[in-house]
Design a binder for this molecule. Structure first.
Ligand code: XIL
Length: 330
């Protein structure tokens, strides 16, 4: 249905390898259903702490397990530079970082990682979540912004551009994305992301797309028209957009009313993407409530995914009405 609507895929995040879902045969069977999921995003295993646990000592073994489990799917590789899931050699260095040394370490991470995976990545989320929320947007305080300044974002895209131009392992086809949340409707943060796109492009550096995470709450999700207009504002800057981490959480336990609202919210986001030709795909941030990040991050909330296991892990999955909402939107 996604392809018939002109999209590349409906995809999902998955936490493979990992302790839970990788060992759940019912989860894996559903993940493997290529008719449901034509794309996969590693929820964790390609993040900095896993891929470069010691400086310039790379470990792609977990990522290889993920790629093998995702055979036949496109891969949105995620992510290269973020404030979370960093190795301690970055966050607690034995010798304090300087602007020059941290820039070099960050750029080495970006270039080596992009070159290693090459064209096995459809895209890379080069920088993740660089902006703060609220009426006024600033750069998030993290080791990179503190040491290098806001320029770390442009420097990261500059390194990624070098890696793509090198074409090692076919990397020239890899698309470079900026990915963030709360940029799914107009506001200070979306404007900051749009200004970033302009700045990167004005410098002759590559940026191909914007990831709109879309971690939504049932009943307080932007309308279809609002999301569509926002996508069009990005596309007007000559970038693609992808809905990269869609889930719609609600207060537990679900009620008939909140579940019905969730269906509408899933439908609206996917419909907005369908209405925008350069919204190239939709990815849900995992599909089975059993393994969702939501309850651990937002206590009291959950039921945010499109399938669940009524009898718990290692038992059959059931598709929710939200699944049909997505299907209807395509
Ligand atoms: C989350 C994972 O799902 C969790 O397992 C992990 O503990 C923290 O990160 N925005 C992102 C994702 O870009 O990388 C985050 O993933 C969810 C929010």
């Amino acid at each position: 249905a996604a392809k018939a609507a002109g999209k590349l895929w409906l995809g999902t995040a998955a936490d493979i390898p990992g302790t839970g879902e990788a060992a759940d045969p019912y989860y894996i069977t559903a993940f493997n259903n290529i008719h449901d999921f034509g794309e996969a995003t590693p929820a964790n295993i390609m993040k900095f702490e896993f891929t470069e646990p010691q400086q310039n000592v790379f470990d792609f073994s977990g990522a290889e397990t993920f790629l093998a489990a995702s055979a036949g799917k496109a891969i949105r590789c995620h992510n290269l530079v973020w404030s979370q899931e960093l190795p301690t050699w970055i966050t607690a260095p034995t010798t304090p970082w300087t602007n020059a040394t941290l820039t070099a370490a960050m750029q080495n991470h970006i270039i080596k990682t992009i070159q290693y995976f090459g064209d096995r990545c459809y895209s890379w989320d080069v920088v993740n979540e660089a902006f703060t929320d609220g009426a006024v947007t600033n750069y998030t305080s993290n080791i990179f912004s503190q040491t290098i300044g806001p320029a770390y974002v442009v420097l990261a895209f500059d390194a990624a551009t070098q890696a793509v131009k090198s074409n090692v392992n076919g990397s020239s086809s890899v698309k470079l994305y900026y990915n963030d949340y709360n940029i799914e409707n107009a506001g200070a943060k979306a404007t900051a992301a749009q200004n970033l796109v302009k700045d990167i492009k004005n410098r002759g550096i590559q940026i191909d797309g914007i990831g709109l995470e879309s971690h939504f709450i049932a009943g307080s999700t932007p309308s279809k028209a609002t999301q569509q207009a926002n996508m069009e504002a990005f596309v007007a800057l000559d970038v693609d957009v992808v809905v990269t981490e869609l889930d719609v959480r609600l207060n537990l336990p679900p009620t008939a009313a909140t579940e019905a609202q969730q269906v509408v919210d899933y439908y609206n986001t996917v419909s907005a993407c369908v209405a925008v030709p350069r919204c190239v795909g939709v990815v849900v941030w995992d599909f089975d409530d059993t393994y969702s990040w939501i309850p651990g991050t937002f206590p009291g909330q959950g039921y945010g995914d499109i399938m669940y296991q009524p009898n718990g892990a290692n038992t059959p999955l059931v598709r929710k009405a939200a699944y049909d909402g997505i299907l209807e939107a395509f």
